[in-house]
Write a protein that binds this ligand. Structure first.
Ligand SMILES: O=C(O)CCC(=O)C(=O)O
Ligand SMILES: [Fe+2]
Length: 250
């Protein structure tokens, strides 16, 4: 089994066990004045994850998304929300992605994942915020999105995800894919770029830098290049079908 190292050694967080309502993350204030660097304990709320998507996404960007099929939004969340997601990603009990049609897929994809449910804390707030983005797409692009799903993903060093599109053959439930990145100080030498082929056939490479959301048409082909450092993200899909009710396993 691949060993997963916490994301936290790359993140300015003071946290020693999984965060939750009973253990809110301690956040270092964003200041260079050492005398002010006293961690503040802050209970996370949905409002910490609120994003004014209408403000973040201009009409021009929406037009570009329709024409090219993809779009990058940087500086998505405030630092409280970002740090909470980074902290949570470091404590996730990652599992192997499931088998597809009985075939082991570890040859194609090397990520280890955990689906976000209401048992998550920051991740669940993230999903609510993505639902607000979905309603913007429904209002402005008549996208017909009915629910969203997301999983935390960790690509261990030496792994990527080969060329694919997010709708398996003959399926079209996934309308828009959105990947949110959690990696501080990611450099080109760390590899792990997402390579997307847009609607015109042009290739683009996107670095998985913290607080960046890439949105793309789920039918576009893309791959994750081999990462040379552990790579953390939240892969998200905005879907046109009804939500599947998940029953908690005992
Ligand atoms: O992490 C990324 O950049 C993309 C992940 C991806 O393509 C997927 O999970 O389907
Ligand atoms: Fe994908």
């Amino acid at each position: 089994m691949t060993q997963i190292i916490s994301n936290l050694n790359k993140t300015a967080l003071v946290v020693d066990r999984p965060i939750g309502q009973d253990n809110p993350p301690l956040l270092l204030p964003n200041t260079h004045d050492v005398s002010q660097e006293i961690p503040t304990q802050h209970v996370l709320q949905m409002s910490d994850f609120a994003v004014d998507w209408d403000d973040k996404l201009t009409d021009k960007q929406l037009d570009t998304f329709v024409t090219d099929g993809w779009l990058i939004i940087d500086d998505v969340f405030n630092s409280t929300a970002l740090l909470a997601l980074q902290a949570e990603s470091g404590f996730v009990d990652y599992r192997d992605a499931e088998l597809t049609a009985g075939v082991r897929i570890s040859d194609i994809r090397g990520d280890r994942i955990r689906w976000i449910t209401e048992n998550f804390f920051a991740g669940y707030y993230y999903l609510q915020s993505i639902n607000a983005l979905a309603s913007l797409f429904n209002r402005s692009l008549f996208a017909g999105i009915r629910h969203s799903e997301a999983h935390y993903a960790c690509y261990p060093t030496g792994f990527g995800y080969q060329w694919h599109s997010d709708n398996p053959a003959g399926r079209d439930e996934r309308v828009i894919s959105a990947v949110f990145y959690l990696n501080d100080n990611w450099e080109a030498a760390d590899g792990g770029a997402l390579e997307v082929v847009d609607k015109h056939g042009t290739h683009h490479e996107v670095m998985p830098v913290a607080n960046r959301l890439i949105i793309f048409d789920s039918d576009l082909r893309h791959q994750v290049q081999i990462a040379h450092r552990q790579r953390y993200s939240i892969a998200t899909w905005l879907r046109r079908d009804d939500a599947v009710v998940l029953f908690a396993t005992p």
